[in-house]
Design a protein around this ligand. Structure first.
Ligand code: NAD
Ligand code: UD1
Length: 336
């Protein structure tokens, strides 16, 4: 059996997936340009699993660099995490986002074609459900976007679907992640964003550790039980395990298959804060603020397709997600 190439493998979700792949006995090769992660994450994955792998500091925009990886390794399948993911930044720098995420992915697909590697697990997002669908989201709903980041996911899914139509040897599973949080139980790897976090749980973590003063809760007038936004938070380890199941599925099937990875139920911002306060045993300073532009009131998955096709479902609850996030934060107050 050949190896699995993990693009974006030093990032948050990629590093957790590398751990699960190595624990399952897969051989992996990791590629990342380190634009939003640190090499230390690969060291930690090796320490945690007692296994080693080759790391390539290569950019997806570098076609020849990627060819070299395929020349030097027999790659069976690619798990494709690499991409830029900050929604607000994508509005400021659309060309950078379209170039990196879309041109980068097209480059990767060309290289895969060249080396006859036609199996991919792609990191998509619940953001492709746009603003017109009503949760729980099912995979057959129309996709759309309201910002460049979201459009990169919608467009890449279209490209992947098109190549599967054109060439029946291709097998692509597009995993639509809901809101991944938490960290490996060891506290060795976790989410380590650059600068001030945009997402809720990394922000709360920095408030809890004393680096940020208080949490702004964006909106308390939504049509939800407590007025705050509802999301489908999923433990990153559950999410990582979903990739192992998707890989097994992709090897046995052909064509393009979008699949949600969520728990199937949502929690409000206030519920997340309460759970985090339990984990860190202190009160999180917080204040209500206006709604954030582009936010939905409610988003959660219908998680049946993953159960049916992948035999996968999320196991961890919100308290475990917050406890593991806090454990990582305490052990790595300054990140990796
Ligand atoms: P991350 O930023 O931690 O990981 C992405 C990795 O890709 C980083 O290590 C970065 O350095 C690398 N990268 C970016 N551009 C690259 C390029 N041109 N060449 C090589 N490497 C490059 O983010 P993450 O949270 O682990 O997300 C992984 C994937 O999942 C992304 O595609 C993201 O859009 C998607 N996703 C994430 C979330 C989330 O909430 N974290 C939700 C839905 C989808
Ligand atoms: C955000 C992105 C989405 C992306 C997802 C995963 C936006 C508009 N959406 O989703 O496209 O797929 O991250 O990367 O950025 N909240 C606060 N205070 C904060 C931060 C967040 O109250 O400081 C609230 C938000 O209003 C929301 C919830 O917490 O109700 C979750 O926010 P966040 O973690 O940013 O995720 P999403 O908004 O779901």
């Amino acid at each position: 059996m050949g190896k699995i190439l993990v693009t974006g493998g030093t990032g948050f979700i990629g590093s957790h997936t590398c751990v699960e792949l190595l624990n399952e006995g897969y051989e992996i090769v990791v590629m990342d340009n380190l634009s939003n992660s640190k090499l230390e994450s690969a060291n930690r994955v090796q320490q945690l699993t007692n296994k080693i792998f080759k790391f390539y500091e290569v950019d997806m925009l570098d076609y020849d660099g990627m060819c070299k990886i395929f020349e030097e390794n027999e790659i069976d399948a690619v798990i494709h995490f690499a991409g830029l993911k900050a929604v607000g930044e994508s509005v400021q720098k659309p060309l950078e986002y379209y170039n990196n995420n879309i041109v980068g992915t097209i480059n990767l697909l060309k290289v895969m074609n060249k080396y006859q590697c036609k199996t991919m697990i792609f990191s998509s997002s619940a953001t492709v459900y746009g603003v017109d669908n009503r949760p729980p989201y099912t995979e057959d709903m129309q996709t759309s976007a309201i910002n460049p980041y979201g459009y990169t996911k919608v467009m890449i899914e279209q490209i992947l679907s098109d190549i599967c139509v054109a060439d029946s040897e291709w097998s692509v599973v597009s995993l639509r992640y809901f809101n991944p949080i938490g960290a490996n139980k060891s506290g060795l790897i976790g989410e380590d964003p650059n600068g001030i976090p945009n997402n809720l749980v990394p922000y709360i973590a920095q408030v809890a550790i004393g680096k940020l003063e208080k949490l702004n809760i964006y909106g308390n007038d939504y049509d939800t039980p407590d007025g705050t936004g509802i999301r489908d938070y999923i433990h990153v380890v559950d999410l990582a395990k979903g990739h192992i199941s998707a890989l097994a599925y992709a090897k046995k099937h052909k064509g393009f298959e979008p699949i949600n990875l969520g728990t199937g139920s949502g929690s409000s911002v206030l519920e997340v804060v309460a759970s985090y306060e339990k984990a860190c045993e202190k009160e999180i300073p917080k204040e209500f603020a206006p709604r954030r532009a582009g936010d939905l009131a409610v988003s959660y998955a219908n998680a049946e397709k993953a159960k049916r096709l992948l035999n996968w479902e999320a196991k961890y609850n919100l308290d475990e997600m917050c406890a593991d996030s806090w454990n990582f934060t305490v052990k790595n107050p300054n990140g990796l």
